[in-house]
Design a protein around this ligand. Structure first.
Ligand SMILES: *Cc1c(COP(=O)(O)O)cnc(C)c1O
Length: 354
């Protein structure tokens, strides 16, 4: 952390550049998906792939930079560091470049190559680690070595975002739902990586006194849903890891806030991939793996609503596009090698989507 005070003119210019980027950007679309087999129930996808850096992490990166700048944690000479499985680092590299700052991403060695290319494309440097659990310690170490600042998405995601509004993802969803048949969704479904998105949505729902419930879809090999059931569980057994990038963690992250979550649904990786494939066919464009996880949970909730004779709407997130997963989730041989048997799930989801 910088000891010297940050020049206020530099700080103003840095904040202005980030605000100007926001000002030039349109809101992300809310895509309506009618389900012929479920009359009276409509599914909506908040398309976060349309941000300038291609994922919901664009929102997080903007918030983390503004938070660090306004706390005077970042100055003109600060090296910025992050531990990230990819998408956060892509978005942060974009903002670091905008501010003329050096950026280093600490990533697990398993991160998909196209994500690393995207980080480098935005001028970021890569620091690879073999053990994913060491990313935090390595990031702290790099910050100490360089006199830099560790953004620490896993700690600050929940507090860097303005949960009451400021066009956060929840406020945007409700504004875009206003003219629909069921403007107040029965459920909002999202995943958890940092837990920041679920914290923001969960708090917003309570603050605005909406009846909407929040469901978090979590990979089976993630600690979050186990912690949700039993708060004494805080880490996964050795060697347990989700294949779905961006969601599912081996330890409970500080930004994951169970009290504001109404329900969690654990999803097998193969079901996430099957749902991802089926949704991509339905939309005519590729979506990422965590969007498949979300869809699988939505299908379960929608089937329950239909069985109970309820109508209404469900909103979930299209977290990122499939471009970065061409040689993984969209590569059959890659999935076969990892014994991801996804075809039955894809057939089931194709049927669900009608
Ligand atoms: C980060 C991420 C999520 C989860 O969002 P959090 O706010 O970090 O919990 C879901 N999908 C993708 C693709 C992500 O990168």
């Amino acid at each position: 952390m910088t000891a010297a005070r940050v020049d206020r003119r530099w700080l103003s210019e840095a904040v202005r550049r980030i605000e100007a980027d926001y000002n030039r950007s349109a809101d992300t679309h809310l895509i309506r998906v009618d389900l012929p087999r479920y009359p009276g129930i409509v599914l909506y996808l908040k398309d976060e792939s349309s941000h300038p850096t291609g994922s919901l992490k664009h929102r997080l990166a903007r918030s983390l930079f503004l938070y660090a700048l306004c706390n005077e944690w970042i100055g003109p000479e600060t090296t910025v560091i992050e531990s990230s499985s990819g998408s956060t680092a892509v978005s942060e590299a974009y903002f670091a470049k905008m501010l003329g700052l050096r950026f280093i991403a600490v990533v697990p060695a398993t991160t998909a190559a196209p994500k690393l290319d995207a980080i480098r494309f935005h001028g970021g440097e890569i620091h690879m680690v073999d053990d994913p659990r060491s990313v935090y310690a390595v990031s702290h170490g790099l910050a100490a070595e360089t006199g830099g600042h560790y953004l620490d998405q896993f700690t600050y995601a929940e507090r860097a975002t303005d949960w009451r509004g400021n066009n956060n993802i929840a406020e945007s969803i409700f504004a875009q739902m206003a003219e629909e048949e069921h403007p107040c969704p029965s459920w909002i479904v999202c995943g958890a990586g940092t837990g920041g998105t679920s914290a923001t949505i969960g708090r917003f729902l309570r603050y605005c006194r909406h009846d909407t419930k929040l469901c978090v879809a979590d990979p089976v090999n993630s600690v979050f849903h186990r912690h949700f059931e039993d708060r004494s569980v805080t880490a996964l057994p050795e060697g347990c890891a989700s294949q779905i990038e961006g969601i599912g963690r081996p330890r409970v992250e500080p930004s994951f806030l169970p009290p504001v979550i109404d329900r969690m649904i654990a999803v097998e990786d193969a079901d996430s991939i099957g749902a991802m494939r089926a949704l991509s066919d339905r939309l005519g464009r590729r979506v990422g793996g965590s969007t498949g996880t979300n869809l699988w949970a939505c299908a379960q909730l929608i089937e329950e609503m239909a069985a109970a004779g309820q109508t209404g709407s469900i909103v979930t997130l299209l977290c990122d596009g499939g471009e970065r997963y061409g040689c993984t989730y969209y590569h059959d041989a890659w999935l076969d090698e990892r014994n991801v048997a996804w075809t039955d799930a894809a057939a089931r989801m194709t049927q669900f989507l009608g």
